[in-house]
Design a protein around this ligand. Sequence first.
Ligand code: SAH
Ligand code: SF4
Ligand code: F3S
Length: 478
Amino acid sequence: MSKKYSRYLVPSLRDARKRINRETIIHKYELDSKYISLGAGKTYFIKTYGCQGNLADSEKIAGILEELGFIKAECEELSDVVIFNTCAIRENAENRVFGELGRTKKYKKDNPDSIICLCGCMAQEEKVIEKVKRLCPHVDIIFGTHNISQLPELLYEVINTSSKVVDVLSYEGDIVEGVPLKRDHSKKAWVNIMYGCDEFCTYCIVPYTRGRERSRLPEDIIAEVKSLALEGYKEVTLLGQNVNSYGRDLDINYTFSNLLTDLHKIDIPRIRFTTSHPKDFDDATIDAFALGGNIMPYLHLPVQSGSSNVLKKMNRKYTREEYLDKVRKLKEKVPNISITTDIIVGFPNETDEEFKETLTLVEECGFEGAYTFIFSPREGTPAATYPDEISEETKKQRLYELNKLVNEGYLKGNKRFEGTIQEVLVDGVSSKSDNVLTGYTPNNKLVNFNGDKSLIGEIVKVKIEKAFSWHLRGKLVD
Ligand code: SAH
Ligand code: SF4
Ligand code: F3S
């Protein structure tokens, strides 16, 4: 017999659009002692889709579960708790998750007590919850992006009452500090500096699934980075949907460039950040970049389109010229920098001329990589209702043309390092051979070279011998 819902709190995209002007409350995570041995003798498995924000959330979910006594399972099929931390950015991302959720039905045959959970951005969509209810009634828990810290309570309820729960808030929660973390990597760490997004680019669902923009306090971020440095971490990546607007919601006159300047003083070898928004990427941030040292010479600066007209329809709040100007200034002050971007083709009624403007901008900027997408209408966003006469065929052709150009940029960007000596943070062994190590240079280029496993986690010097489109090949320098 199918289980009943003991709570059923669904979100609404319309409510999620509202922004209430109030101060963010910072809570301290505390675990109620009644949940402490909930996971004793049990295992968990988390599948993460989407952006770095989701990867960071999965580390929190894992941290909470381990505090409850769960241990990480070797594989999904045999796990007692399976969690799908999902992404709603494009339709194909969602379809994939439904395919995988369908397959989990059979896990219940082997392990009737197993608990299947759906969370992340898809869980913030009412239509997804209705679809799960209809097509995947074996899903036990749905929780949202705003109530991750409530997971112990939801698991407790499902385990003790043999029920199912849906508990998703439309409005963002506040900030919860001190959530336990089980980091995936022992030398590289994600550090959230803010949550949510207030930009409302017309194509994008994130402001609805992640809520109002909320910045963590500088002292909390600085303390986290300092303690990571002490633990031997070599790299931190600061996370936010628009890191350049960091601090805007705090009443303390402290901006992203102030934060970078403060973090620059900490003894940690590498600082990266993502994602930057061209509208708010300012001179002060360029100056912070120019400090060099542990601030890595790599910037991901999504442009989305090279046409000012399309940018306006996307509500990006900058023009082609303004974007080019910022890139020019940055390259003047940090000549060695590598810049990558995100581009959407086939935005509703994008003309051939507008698309060509994207191609010329790609050339002018000399991007060393780009994530390219065909526009995917997301229910609830303005652009999903814009009239669109462009055929799928044309959109695919544009993507193909753009990717050809982008790939040339990857190769050019790699070639300029041939013959140089690079500091490489060693990530692990290559999937192809046990003797080959892989790692990243300051400019975020992937390098393969022969070396011993004992070097994993170290920063080593590598002479770059040959550049390929997707990686560099090098040799250890003694
Ligand atoms: N906050 C970041 C990342 C947002 S999501 C930023 O502002 O850049 C990552 C990328 O997905 C976006 O940069 C955009 O290129 C793409 N994207 C977002 N919504 C999309 C949609 N509806 N269809 C196609 N691509 C989309
Ligand atoms: Fe989406 Fe725009 Fe916010 Fe990025 S800045 S998450 S593209 S709304
Ligand atoms: Fe996807 Fe949500 Fe990130 S929609 S891209 S997981 S913020």
